[in-house]
Design a protein around this ligand. Sequence first.
Ligand code: PEP
Ligand code: MN
Length: 337
Amino acid sequence: MIIVLRPDATKKETDHVIQKIKQLGLAVHISKGKERTIIGAIGDESVFEEHPLDTLPGVEKVMPILKPYKLVSREFQKEDTIINLGKVKIGGKQIQVIAGPCSVETRETLLHIAREIKKAGARLLRGGAFKPRTSPYAFQGLGEEGLKLLSEVKKATGLPVVTELLDPRDTDIVYRHSDIIQIGARNMQNFRLLTEVGKLDKPVLLKRGLAATIKEFLMSAEYIASEGNRKIILCERGIRTFETSVRNTLDLSAIPVLKEETHLPVFIDPSHAVGRWDMVAPLARAAVACGADGLMIEVHSDPENALCDGSQSLKPSKFAALMKELKKVAIAVGRTM
Ligand code: PEP
Ligand code: MN
């Protein structure tokens, strides 16, 4: 249920409404807009039949949220969520690009790639230390050592770090070494993991599952939000379809659909969608044209010898050229980069 307070509601009136909702056994989520405060009451709404809230002082109107996802829905919050990460704003007019290798390999390569992507205009560095690999015999990532390298490179370049949390047992160390915690496609419906990151005060980049509908995607975001963490970035990364000519099928229509359904920032990962470097650029341009708030792109200085996803990684020079093109597309659609 959404409880819209009057613009002139006093603190006493607001507190009383909050108290009442809690007394009825529902969770309270407050959203303070420029003009008025909106309270989300999440739980069994049937209690309001006997205890209506619309007659309480300070309340303007009470509306049910019709969607199954509540806190992340546009119904609950009209304005776009903007996540502030130091000077980097995610979800605003400026489009952000997260770039870097699939996995952290060595200090030298990571530092080199980080400097290159920064020069090209990316403001966030990615790199996996815990890798979700299809084969148990494939490189699984450097683990804690990889996280420490990410922290070192952050110190040297100033770039905030995005890295994946694969297992709730690693929450503390991943938290310590990251600025944004990534939940990978394979874990989109790992509800225990979602609940875990929902309790943290750090932004979460949630990737869409390989076979997840948009509704399921948003329900997973709701798991995180319902625990209190509303700093969620959604990332479409290609879904499984009958098509086999590329690794996955990039669902570009997810962008306008998500922008309508939710106030959360929407990112596109063209690298994992297409699976080959030579098709990353057209999809990245299309994503920006389509209204994405940001991109996640894999970059490697020596793709041929990369330990993971080399075939879809752009060399730094190609990445820099793409960034120049993306800036033009961004301006054409009223954004900045
Ligand atoms: C990744 O970004 O490194 C990754 C493994 O992506 P996904 O979870 O989308 O496959
Ligand atoms: Mn990868």
